[in-house]
Ligand binder design. Structure first.
Ligand code: PLP
Length: 410
């Protein structure tokens, strides 16, 4: 079997380009014509394969989806317009008014906002559990539970749960696990091997190849029987193991209009080809920087799963093949000190993104989490003293030199 990088570069054999182009071109068009009206009818009924309208499918987007399918060994993949579109589309297919999902209490800020501010008013309950203690997860499950949701490494708290244990706890109750694998990507973590039913990824991050474009992925690992999910019963009878992908394509994804543009799919396919190189480099850089920050007296604490003292270290080591991602957080005295430090940096940029080629710094409490009360920030694990460093692929010594200078000025 070929390796990850080879598959990421060569992809799977789709239709040969009419001109023999080595890279699937950008099909920047909306509609596709059919030889006969009957062929058009069959395409609409889902009885014949073929592209009809780019909001539903497109050859450039399909090429990107099929590369991801090859890399994840999934049953099906749908590429969407953003990571948030991936999360919301999956939940809206699986859950209904009156049902609940159980989420990790530690989450990316916008996902928490989706749960609290969007899903709740639609009558969906979100219960929060400590995923590092699967027993607490067990206690939250009811007959109305439609999914368990967690992140591989939570952003920005960097909590790492034992995902196989979460999956087996959920499986014992017949519940599918949805995993946000943005911080690891299928390169560091093959979710199918850990019992995860659906992986969602913000391909805006590592995959886009240096923050070029916004996008998201929904990966159905093909290990969950969708006929047990009330919303998917009918689709299951018709589409069998492809029920989730079919209902996404024929309902949520189509009706919400969250398609990935062909241009973005092209850029992300290109990014995918160098993913392994960039992740390896940024993980190595992040560990070197975490070890450096630990030696600095101005730094009160450093949080990085690669540090032996980190609570998730052993689990992360086992799950992610001795790589620990490219994000770390550290605490300074208070918010004011954090701001002064950020403003003194010259190489590291002040910006809200992760997994760019450039190293970025952010004060999460006053940005991504600014809309939440002090009590909520406390519960979400986002103190005012915390800075998040999303490490890039520059030379580690240059990043460290910039941080050292900044700390000296405090
Ligand atoms: N999930 C995680 C863990 C993230 O960090 C982000 C964005 O930072 C998202 C989802 C949302 O991704 P996007 O910005 O592509 O919608």
């Amino acid at each position: 079997m070929r390796g990850f990088s080879t598959n990421a570069i060569h992809g799977s054999a789709l239709k040969k380009d009419v001109h023999g182009a080595l890279r699937t071109p950008i099909y920047e068009n909306v509609a596709f014509e059919f030889e006969t009206s009957h062929a058009l009818e069959l395409a609409f009924e889902g009885k014949a394969l073929g592209h009809s309208y780019t909001r539903i499918s497109n050859p450039t987007v399909e090429d990107f989806e099929q590369r991801i399918r090859l890399l994840t060994d999934a049953t099906g993949v749908v590429a969407v317009s953003s990571g948030m579109a991936a999360i919301s589309n999956v939940i809206l297919v699986l859950a209904e008014t009156g049902s609940n999902i159980i989420s990790s209490r530690r989450l990316f800020g916008n996902t928490y906002s989706l749960f609290e501010h969007t899903l709740k008013p639609w009558g969906m309950e979100v219960r929060y559990a400590d995923m590092t203690k699967p027993k607490s997860l067990k206690q939250s499950i009811t007959e109305k539970t439609r999914a368990v949701f967690l992140e591989t490494i939570t952003n920005p708290q960097l909590e790492v749960a034992d995902i196989a244990e979460v999956s087996s706890t959920a499986a014992a109750a017949g519940i599918p696990v949805i995993l946000d694998g943005t911080l690891t990507t299928p390169y560091l973590f093959k979710s199918k091997d850990f019992g995860v039913a659906v992986e969602v990824v913000s391909s805006t991050k590592h995959i886009s190849g240096g923050a070029t474009t916004v996008g998201g992925l929904i990966v159905d690992n093909g290990n969950y029987d969708w006929s047990t999910c009330p919303r998917l019963k009918k689709a299951s009878a018709q589409y069998g193991p492809f029920a989730l992908i079919a209902l996404l394509r024929r309902e949520a994804y189509r009706n919400f209009g969250s398609c990935l543009s062909p241009h973005n799919a092209y850029m992300q396919s290109l990014g995918l080809e160098t993913l392994s190189l960039r992740i390896e480099k940024s993980c190595t850089n992040a560990l070197a920087i975490a070890l450096f920050l630990e030696t600095c007296t101005e730094v009160r604490s450093v949080n990085y799963p690669g540090l032996a003292a980190s609570p998730g270290h052993e689990t992360a080591k086992r799950q992610f093949g001795n790589r620990f991602g490219s994000i770390l957080t550290f605490d300074l005295a208070d918010k004011d000190t954090c701001f002064r430090f950020m403003d003194s940096l010259s190489l590291v940029r002040r910006a809200t993104n992760i997994n760019d080629n450039k190293t970025l710094i952010l004060h999460p409490a006053s940005t991504i989490f600014c809309e939440y009360s002090e009590e909520e920030k406390k519960r979400l694990g986002v103190p005012a003293s915390m800075l998040r460093l999303a490490v890039g692929i520059e030379d580690a010594e240059d990043i460290i030199a910039d941080l050292r200078e900044g700390l000296k000025k405090l």
